[in-house]
Design a protein around this ligand. Structure first.
Ligand code: ZN
Length: 260
């Protein structure tokens, strides 16, 4: 890849795991990577300024004087199961909802902003957007949560990191004491997602194994009565059923155009 013109300095994120998390590889040309749907001007030089390296990020998390606003630049279903302590986790389902969220939030533009996402791409875009909106000082976690987990052992991150592959979620901080989220059915501490077995619903929701058996994989009693229900496959309960689909849309058939 690096021998191809334009890719010389591409940063690749490497991670090892003992399962095959990607069923297939698809390469597509897109007009916009991780759609923000708001025009931003591409900075002349990407990188360098505005980054916090994992060790610097950790120092910031540990500083006594937290003179910054900490923003989780991921979707609500991602931050729900894991985030940095003290972070603002916007209740948005799509990355392109962030500009509207920012508008409603009224954050002081003179206040220092720290932001993070999974691998860093969303921060590149949203920091550029925020700068254009007049925010003076923005720092992003270089390489995102995954890189931070590798370099700093995930310190100060609570819960798991949602990933867009067959693993669904990965551990960030081995010293973390357990799920920060609850099963949507039974309320027990839980951080595993399943898609509702009612194919007309297909909602992604946090569900404990016991509750999944009890509800036959459905998110509600109403869904359980549906005629379009997939049989519950308990062996593969936590394998995403429709990972390429947008989980929260009213119409579950709209394909997810890419993974952030
Ligand atoms: Zn449902």
């Amino acid at each position: 890849m690096r021998s191809i013109k334009g890719f010389e300095s591409t940063e690749f994120k490497e991670e090892s795991c003992d399962t095959i998390p990607f069923e297939r590889l698809i390469v597509r040309a897109r007009p916009e990577i991780v759609a923000l749907k708001s025009p931003i001007s591409i900075p002349e030089k990407i990188g360098g300024e505005g980054y916090l390296e994992p060790h610097e990020w950790r120092q910031a998390m540990e500083s006594a004087n937290k003179d910054y606003v900490l923003i989780d630049v991921r979707n609500n279903y991602e931050s729900r199961i894991g985030r940095f302590k003290g972070a603002i986790a916007p209740d948005v389902e799509n990355f392109y909802d962030f500009p509207q969220w920012l508008k409603n939030e009224n954050i002081d533009k003179n206040k220092k902003v720290l932001m993070y996402c999974t691998g860093g791409i969303r921060c590149e875009k949203f920091s550029t957007y925020m700068k254009a909106e007049g925010f003076k000082t923005i720092y992003q976690l270089h390489g995102g949560i995954i890189n931070y987990a590798q370099k700093q052992g995930g310190k100060h991150f609570e819960g798991k990191c949602f990933v867009f592959d067959d693993r669904m979620a990965v551990e960030v901080n081995p010293q973390e004491s357990g799920p920060i989220s609850k099963c949507a059915i039974s309320g027990v501490p839980c951080d595993t997602y399943i898609n509702c077995a009612n194919m007309e619903c297909n909602r992604l929701f946090i569900c404990d194994r016991q509750a999944a058996i009890q509800m036959e994989g459905c998110c509600s009693e109403e869904c359980r009565k549906s005629a379009h229900r997939r049989p519950l496959d308990i062996e593969n309960l936590y394998k995403p059923f429709r990972r390429w689909y947008k989980y929260f849309n009213e119409k579950p058939t709209e394909a997810m155009d890419e993974q952030p």
